[in-house]
Design a protein around this ligand. Structure first.
Ligand code: NAD
Length: 463
């Protein structure tokens, strides 16, 4: 993006602050929704090209989340935009205070390749709702979707409100050097550090939606069938290339065999006996990621891990079967790195507290999943673990709940998206304090004896 193009977008900020009100934001979001509906067939085609994504999965995970975000935003936007009165504190009696949400200004959205449509346009919905001008940088690793986003956004929104800039690392680096007011980044923790370092130069605020390993714990009272179903769905949707996919599963040793049987049955139920010919199973995004996953699998196998389901790989088709591993060890890449593919280690445990200790010792996960029926165990694990979100007897679905903030903590991210949290990420809640009949004058210089006594009284009153 040229400096001039950025300047054009930034020049709109002052006008947008006053002229991009409720009606204009509503119109922009409605136009975006209309363009998404009009481009439905193209969206399906682009995702099929980039990720071999089945149509129904594209509908459910790329189109529906963005349309749902728009619908939810339109239903609540007027309330979110309201200037809110806050009560005066004792010392501030005689003043009137308000919170006025204002757009941050010109914002940058950088998207990853795994849900290349919804993770580019979802944050854009929040950016527009909050009244910003935006630059969207889709992922170069999903080129068909990236090109489609350019066309779709151009059809819906004027260039001085949203610009889509295509490109890879170089483009991203150039964009990060521009003085954006907020950067909303979705991607890996490693690049998240690069983004935060770049933001330090301009002091842009950041939202970092990152990744990492999201563990699943089957408690002693887990419903194995339900757990198998939810884990198979959460893990193998989009061929495991989901930031909140279950990365690995801890199962009580006594229940390992029964869980594996249930898991194999669920995989067969969802993808048939030959998932390659299933019309419900996606492909690995590119040769590099295929090679990474294959190397992980080969290393695990040669190190003594056992493949108890799947394992078949076809490089030309970028097909990797839904695969379940047992007997992995901590030195293997599959145990150290975010897997981000359809490979699921199942780890038998003897002591739940040791599992919790192991999770605590690692990076804070984006999601932690617990399968358990006993309330006391659920409460114990809720209270003693930390993660971006906790799913109990469920996987993935907290992403779809727009009354919940979505985001990570520590290594898995900073800030939150979705619904009002997305709106807030792109807004500055400006405090406005107005004097009406406050007694502040009583404390101003010159500090006479009476004022010194008054100051002492005030100190005593506050504490
Ligand atoms: P990535 O970090 O490699 O790339 C993300 C974006 O950053 C792309 O647009 C890319 O062009 C850009 N980029 C890459 N290297 C860069 C650099 N050095 N400087 C500046 N920009 C750069 O991530 P990815 O491979 O596209 O996505 C996978 C990762 O994203 C996984 O870790 C996954 O867990 C995470 N993820 C998180 C969420 C979430 O909502 N928390 C959602 C999806 C994916």
């Amino acid at each position: 993006m040229s400096g001039a193009a950025f300047a054009r977008l930034a020049a709109g900020n002052a006008t947008r602050r006053t002229g991009f009100g409720y009606a204009e934001r509503r119109a922009a979001l409605t136009a975006l929704a209309k363009a998404i509906r009009a481009h439905e067939a193209e969206i399906m085609a682009a995702l099929a090209t980039d990720l071999g994504k089945p149509e129904t999965e594209t509908r459910l995970t790329e189109i529906v989340p963005v349309l749902a975000e728009i619908r939810h935003t339109l239903a609540h936007l007027r309330r979110w935009m309201k200037v809110r009165r806050v009560l005066p504190t004792l010392a501030m009696l005689g003043t009137r205070a308000r919170l006025r949400p204002e757009p941050k200004g010109t914002v940058l959205v950088i998207a990853p390749w795994n849900y290349p449509f919804s993770l580019a346009l979802g944050p854009l919905v929040s950016a527009l709702a909050a009244g910003n001008g935006a630059v969207v940088k889709p992922s170069e690793l999903a080129p068909a979707t990236s090109a489609l986003i350019v066309r779709l956004v151009a059809a819906a929104l004027p260039e001085d409100v949203v610009a889509v800039v295509e490109g890879g690392v170089e483009t991203s680096t150039e964009l990060l050097a521009l003085p954006f007011d907020h950067i909303f980044f979705t991607g890996s923790p490693a690049v998240g550090r690069v983004v935060m370092a770049a933001a330090a130069k301009t002091l842009a605020s950041v939202t970092l939606e990152l990744g990492g390993k999201s563990p699943v714990i089957l408690g002693p009272g887990a419903d194995l069938k339900r757990a198998a179903r939810m884990v198979a769905w959460g893990k193998f949707a989009n061929a495991g290339q989901t930031c909140i996919a279950p990365d690995h599963v801890f199962v009580p040793r006594a229940q390992e065999a029964a869980f594996l049987t249930a898991l194999r049955a669920e995989i067969a139920r969802m993808y048939g006996t030959d998932p390659r010919s299933s019309n419900s199973f996606a492909r690995i995004v590119n040769g590099r990621h295929f090679a990474r996953l294959k190397a992980m699998l080969d290393e695990a196998r040669s190190g003594g891990a056992e493949i108890v389901a799947g394992g078949e790989a076809d490089e030309a088709a970028r097909y990797l079967a839904p695969t379940v591993l047992t007997r992995t060890d901590e030195a293997m890449a599959v145990s150290r790195e975010e897997i981000f593919g359809p490979v699921l280690p199942v780890i038998a445990y003897d002591d739940l507290d040791a599992v919790l200790g192991q999770i605590e010792a690692g990076e804070k996960p984006l999601a932690l999943y617990l399968f358990e029926r006993d309330r006391a165990v659920i409460e114990h694990i809720s209270a003693t673990t930390t993660s971006g979100a906790l799913g109990v007897n469920i996987t993935l679905a907290h992403y779809l709940h727009l009354n919940l903030p979505f985001g990570g903590i520590g290594n898995s991210g900073l800030g939150a998206a979705h619904g009002i949290w997305g709106f807030r990420a792109f807004s500055h809640e400006k405090p406005v304090l107005e004097d009406r009949f406050s007694s502040l004058g009583l404390l101003m210089p010159p500090y006479t004896g009476a004022k010194a006594r008054l100051a002492k009284l005030v100190q005593r009153l506050v504490g």
